[in-house]
Structure formats: structure tokens, C-alpha cells
Ligand binder design. Structure first.
Ligand SMILES: NC(=O)c1ccc[n+]([C@@H]2O[C@H](COP(=O)([O-])OP(=O)(O)OC[C@H]3O[C@@H](n4cnc5c(N)ncnc54)[C@H](O)[C@@H]3O)[C@@H](O)[C@H]2O)c1
Length: 396
């Protein structure tokens, strides 16, 4: 029998719980440790998920000193990715690091130095690379079927309560995440850049906070607010709460039910970006937070064919202007895990790369590139200028 990969999960929150469950069920993995700063959350989620006999450490330092694991999944808030990933690499562990790699390119480069110094495998959490639609979109773009690719048009329509959660959680502050586009859409930047197949050289962007404005704030927390009809009223969406947090969401160390109109945030509620790639491909991306049907779309236009894909339709349509033919490709999820079945496939890929000799599927180059472009987009938005990206920005 093949040996199992001994794994730890750091950050036992919304995403960490999903990974803990998937690792517990994985035939090639063994969950040997968890790390979570809050004892209340650790206890509550361990009980909920039936975690028995798995040690839970309070800090990354303690996990490294006393834990028995060869690979770690880091699902901490973005601003803790750098320090935790570097500590794990320095301890010789292989790392699955959630996206974005880090809020700034400088931090990404520090992580990369640690990866190289310690010869670790690091996979960045761009799960959409395994999404049945985006996997095919990338294959088709690379196959030459579209001719010379000229334009990419892409959107993310975030479900309304998912969008609202970005106004009240730690992502609401740019310092914690690098800005909305990087925090939520580093996936999309990664997919667009992979399809484009060249480094981005300049970007422009417009975006602002025009709906979730503080002038509409009446009560700081939903639990204090009498307006039961508010469509953004917090009902536990998009977070994982312990029993005590559920009972008093506004009393938690980081309150969960902050009013979406709060004045303690600096992110946007809509944004567009334009990206120019070194090979002449031009891309545009639009983000909105108020979708009834959450979905992503991408249109890739080449000189011979145009591809349209929509995650809600689970299909790709190709119109070929040379043959005059249209082809439809069904891309159904292969399992019920998150992101259209990508999460399980992504974890399989990481475990396989740790247990075998091959390098990781989505390595640090993708993580650095997405953060470099995301930082440039944020700079373009804030300065109202086209921002050039020098090629040295992609070096480490
Ligand atoms: N790949 C994806 O599609 C995807 C989806 C959701 C979230 N994410 C990423 O996952 C990460 C976590 O997001 P989340 O929504 O689960 O956040 P979360 O706030 O729900 O969970 C983070 C957990 O980390 C714990 N924590 C904080 N500081 C700690 C420390 N120093 N040591 C140990 N534990 C600590 C918190 O108590 C919390 O339980 C983020 O980077 C986010 O961008 C990725």
C-alpha cells in the first residue's frame, strides 16, 4: 500500500473546515494536526466535524515545534500568508497556500526565497485551474483552435450575500488583503493571464464604493438593528461561527454582523480592469457584488473562433468563423466539492505532488504574477492612471 501524506491545516475557519473535512475523507492523506488561534472556535469545529485524537495547536510556531506532518494547508487570512508560509518552508514542509499568495509582491518574493532555500513544493490556491470549465478553456486556448487570441472578456458576478460578506469581514480593509480585486478575484486574474499566455505589461482600472456607503448606516451591528426587512441582514452567511459566536455575533473578538454600510472599510463595491499583455492580448474584467445567480463568465476571441463560457450554464460554446460551425461542450462538475468540484481535484493534485517526484501544478510563479497584476490594478484605480508593469516585477 502507498504511504499516506501526513497533513496539517492552519486556520480552522470557513475555508480551513472545508479542507479538514476533505483531508479526513481522502484515501491518500492523514490529518495529523490542526492549528487555530481561538480555542473556542477550535473546540466547536472539532466537535462539529467529529475530529478525534488530532492535536490542535494555538500557533504556527507550536505546530512546527510539536506537530507531526510533512505538508500543510494554510487557510489563514491573507495578511498572515507570508509569515506562516515562510515559517513552514523553513521547517521543510510542503505548503498548499490559499490565494492570494500574499497581499503584496514583496511578501510573495520573500515566500519564494524561502521555497527555493528549503526546496519545498508550494501550490497556490487557484482552485479554478481545476474547474471543469476553466480547465477546458485553457486547453482550447492553448490548442490553437481559436487562431491568434486577441481579446478576453471576463466577469465575476458574486452572489449578493457573498458580496455583502466582503463589507463586514476582515477583507473589508485593504491592509488585510491587498484590495477587493486581489482578495476575491486573484483567481480570475490567474485564469485570464493563463489564457493570455504572456506577462501583463500595463493595466487600467476604475472602481469605487457607491452603494454600501456609510451615510446609510443606522445601527453598527445587525443584532442591534430592528429592520428585519433589510436584504443584507446577517444570517450567518459565508462564515463559520462557533456555538458562542452564533449566540452573540457582535460580541465575538472580530464581530460577524457588522452592518454592511459601516464606515470601517476601504474596499470597493464594483470595479472594472483592463489588462494589456506582452503578446498583444487585451483583457477586460468586471466585478459586481449583487448577483442573484453567482457565476463567472469568460469570452476568448481569436482570429478563427470565439469561445463563450458561463459557470452557471456549465458549458462552453465555440463559434468558428472559418468553418461557420458552432460547437457546444458540456462541462459538468465531477464531484460536489466547492468551486464546481475543483476543490477536491485541487487537493488531489497537491497530495499527489507531495507523494510523488513531480513539482506542484500551480506554483509560486502564478501566485507572484497574480499579486503583481492585482497590486497594479489597485494602484491604477487609486491613481486614475495607466500603470506600467516592468518585467522585473515578475522576478524574485
Ligand atoms: N481558494 C478559494 O476559492 C478560497 C475560498 C475562500 C477563502 N479562501 C482563502 O482562505 C483563507 C481563509 O479564509 P476564510 O474565509 O476561511 O477566513 P476565516 O476568517 O473564516 O478563517 C481564518 C481562521 O484563522 C484563524 N487564525 C487567525 N489568525 C491565526 C493565527 N495567527 N494562527 C492560527 N489561526 C489563526 C482565525 O481564528 C480563523 O478561524 C483566505 O486567504 C482566503 O482568501 C480561498
Amino acid at each position: 500500500m502507498k504511504r499516506k501524506c501526513k497533513m496539517a491545516v492552519v486556520g480552522f475557519g470557513q475555508r480551513g473546515c472545508a479542507y479538514v473535512k476533505m483531508i479526513m475523507d481522502h484515501p491518500a492523506a492523514e490529518l495529523t494536526a490542526v492549528c487555530e488561534a481561538s480555542p473556542d472556535r477550535a473546540e466547536s469545529f472539532a466537535r462539529e466535524l467529529g475530529l478525534k485524537g488530532v492535536p490542535i495547536f494555538r500557533s504556527v510556531e507550536d505546530l512546527i515545534a510539536r506537530g507531526d506532518f510533512e505538508a500543510v494547508v494554510i487557510t489563514l487570512p491573507d495578511y498572515l500568508h507570508g509569515v506562516s508560509a515562510i515559517a513552514c518552508c523553513n521547517a521543510g514542509k510542503h505548503v498548499m497556500l490559499e490565494k492570494p499568495m500574499a497581499p503584496t509582491a514583496a511578501e510573495c518574493r520573500e515566500i519564494i526565497q524561502a521555497i527555493i532555500r528549503n526546496n519545498c513544493k508550494v501550490q497556490i490556491g487557484f482552485v479554478l485551474r481545476h474547474h471543469p470549465i476553466f480547465r477546458r478553456v485553457i486547453e482550447i486556448a492553448r490548442s490553437g483552435e481559436l487562431g491568434q487570441i486577441l481579446n478576453i472578456t471576463s466577469t465575476e458576478h458574486i452572489g449578493v450575500m457573498h458580496g455583502a460578506s466582503y463589507m463586514r469581514r476582515w477583507h473589508r480593509k485593504t491592509a488585510n488583503s491587498g484590495g477587493f480585486i486581489l482578495a476575491k478575484c486573484s483567481h480570475d486574474i490567474d485564469i485570464i493571464s493563463t489564457v493570455a499566455g504572456a506577462p501583463a505589461v500595463r493595466v487600467a482600472s476604475f472602481g469605487s464604493l457607491d452603494f454600501f456607503t456609510p451615510d446609510k448606516l443606522k445601527y453598527r451591528y445587525c443584532s442591534q438593528c430592528p429592520d428585519e426587512t433589510c436584504r443584507f441582514r446577517f444570517k450567518g452567511e459565508m462564515v463559520r461561527m462557533s456555538e458562542s459566536e452564533k449566540n452573540a455575533p457582535s460580541k465575538a473578538e472580530k464581530p460577524f454582523d457588522l452592518c454592511v454600510y459601516n464606515d470601517d472599510k476601504d474596499v470597493v463595491d464594483h470595479q472594472v480592469a483592463i489588462i494589456d499583455y506582452a503578446n498583444g492580448v487585451k483583457a477586460n474584467f468586471a466585478l459586481n457584488l449583487f448577483a442573484q445567480v453567482a457565476k463567472r463568465t469568460i469570452c476568448v476571441a481569436g482570429t478563427e473562433a470565439i469561445l463563450y463560457a458561463d459557470t452557471a450554464d456549465e458549458s462552453i460554446t465555440l463559434h468558428n468563423s472559418v468553418t461557420g460551425k458552432t460547437r457546444k461542450i458540456d462541462c459538468k462538475a465531477e464531484n460536489t466539492s466547492g468551486h464546481g468540484g475543483s476543490d477536491e481535484a485541487f487537493l488531489d493534485d497537491f497530495i499527489d505532488c507531495v507523494l510523488s517526484d513531480r513539482p506542484s501544478g500551480v506554483d509560486f510563479r502564478a501566485g507572484l504574477s497574480s499579486t503583481v497584476i492585482g497590486n497594479a490594478i489597485e494602484e491604477a484605480r487609486l491613481t486614475n492612471k495607466v500603470v506600467e508593469i516592468p518585467q522585473e516585477a515578475y522576478l524574485w
